[in-house]
Design a binder for this molecule. Structure first.
Ligand code: ASP
Length: 408
């Protein structure tokens, strides 16, 4: 038992993937009897998505505290958060359509029979305001839950001191969800084994190649996001790109190694303050908020994964579906917590909305860690870029510190 837990989770999940592939390859189509193990894992992931979105987002907005902070600084930060996220998610869709990472998998035959038809775009738009938030929770209406979560957070900010008990409950709720996510992920090695055995049993080891293509596509997207979007923003502000990346290299390395924006936050803060000369209030406000709501790498990945799943399961996506994928990926990334595999949990939302089978989650879960590392590095780079750009914009950047090369 001790030995089992001494192996890092991602290595156990990878082990599950390899073992599942071997079992499937040897056993053939009958390996499908192992599929229910994977289904339990998927059900547990689905269970978490709604409460995690609500708790994380409402607590994140509520923690902004001071309504004045919500004003200028917040407005600019949110503008940049949204702008960069939209580019990231559109890039995810573009790369998914161009490279077609899921095409080689072609697991149409494995499609589960009960995929609910996705609602139309207009229905989605009209349905944004929850008439009854409890019904929204019960039905898993993500857009409505997001709207309600943001409003609860705003209500807490406006209510000031007297709402603090609720803020603490929401924060505790977010913490509990993160802890449960940790438990659910302990099922991942077995779930992934079961589902990969099923996939490999039916399709052979060919199933592995599309995963490599998916990984390559995400890494390419992440590089493009950094090279075009973040670099472009810094240049627009007249800031040296070299000094920026030199200054935040530690944060990028820690993000890549830990696959957690939240765990990286102290390092991110230290880098933007100490190396880039962003003043403390801007750094703590923008980077802290960003570590939970600003996840460009995650939103790109969610869109890409949905397209991967659609290609693998032979589902034709219409233009409206793509818009839906873009919207839900953006929103789900906002609601994801900054912990390893949060993107995997949020994926259930994007897949359900797009009518893509949830089995996609288990297919990509085996390699998720490697993809998580890249998207977390992008998430953190996005937070640092936004903090730096907002500081410069607001005249709160110490240019001497930014340009100096005595970074730690
Ligand atoms: N691990 C990511 C983060 O902490 C979230 C995700 O899973 O995409 O930023």
């Amino acid at each position: 038992m001790r030995f089992w837990f001494s192996i890092p989770l991602w290595q156990r999940v990878l082990g599950g993937l390899v073992l599942g592939l071997i079992i499937g390859a040897i056993w053939g189509p009958e390996a499908a009897v192992l599929k229910p193990i994977g289904d339990i894992f998927l059900a547990a992931i689905k269970m978490l998505a709604v409460p995690m979105i609500f708790a994380t987002l409402s607590a994140g907005v509520a923690s902004l505290g001071d309504p004045v902070k919500l004003g200028r600084l917040g407005g600019k930060a949110i503008l940049i958060f949204m702008g960069t996220a939209v580019v990231a998610v559109v890039m995810g869709v573009g790369l998914g359509v161009l490279i077609e990472p899921g095409a080689g998998l072609a697991v149409e035959g494995l499609k589960s029979p009960v995929t609910p038809p996705p609602p139309s775009f207009v229905e989605r738009l009209l349905g944004i305001v929850p008439q009854n938030p409890f019904a929204s929770f019960a039905e898993g209406e993500i857009l409505q839950i997001l709207v309600f979560a943001i409003l609860v957070g705003v209500g807490c900010v406006l209510g000031g001191e007297r709402t603090q008990p609720l803020v603490r409950v929401l924060e505790a709720g977010a913490e509990v969800m993160i802890k449960i996510a940790g438990l659910v992920m302990e099922l991942a090695p077995f779930g992934v084994l079961g589902l990969m055995a099923w996939v490999a049993g039916t399709y052979g080891l060919e199933a592995l190649k599309p995963l490599a293509v998916l990984g390559g596509t995400l890494y390419l997207g992440c590089l493009l996001q950094a090279a075009l979007v973040y670099t472009g923003l810094l240049k627009l502000m007249g800031l040296s790109v070299k000094a920026f990346f030199r200054g935040i290299s530690d944060a990028i390395a820690v993000a890549y190694a830990t696959a957690s924006s939240s765990a990286t936050l102290p390092v991110t803060l230290r880098c933007v303050e100490r190396n880039l000369g962003v003043d403390k209030p801007t750094a703590s406000f923008v980077a802290s908020l960003g570590s939970t709501v600003n996840m460009d790498g995650t939103s790109m990945y969610l869109a890409l994964a949905a397209i991967f799943g659609a290609q693998a399961f032979g589902i034709d996506l219409s233009f409206v579906d793509y818009i839906g994928i873009i919207l839900t990926s953006l929103l789900a990334s906002i609601g994801a917590a900054g912990v390893p595999s949060a993107g995997l949990i949020m994926m259930s939302i994007v897949l359900v909305q797009a009518g893509v089978p949830l089995e996609t989650i288990a297919i990509v879960a085996g390699v998720d860690r490697v993809l998580d590392m890249a998207r977390t590095a992008v998430n953190v780079t996005g937070d640092a870029t936004t903090a730096t750009v907002v500081a410069k914009w607001e005249g709160r950047l110490d240019q001497k510190v930014y340009d100096s090369d005595d970074d730690v």
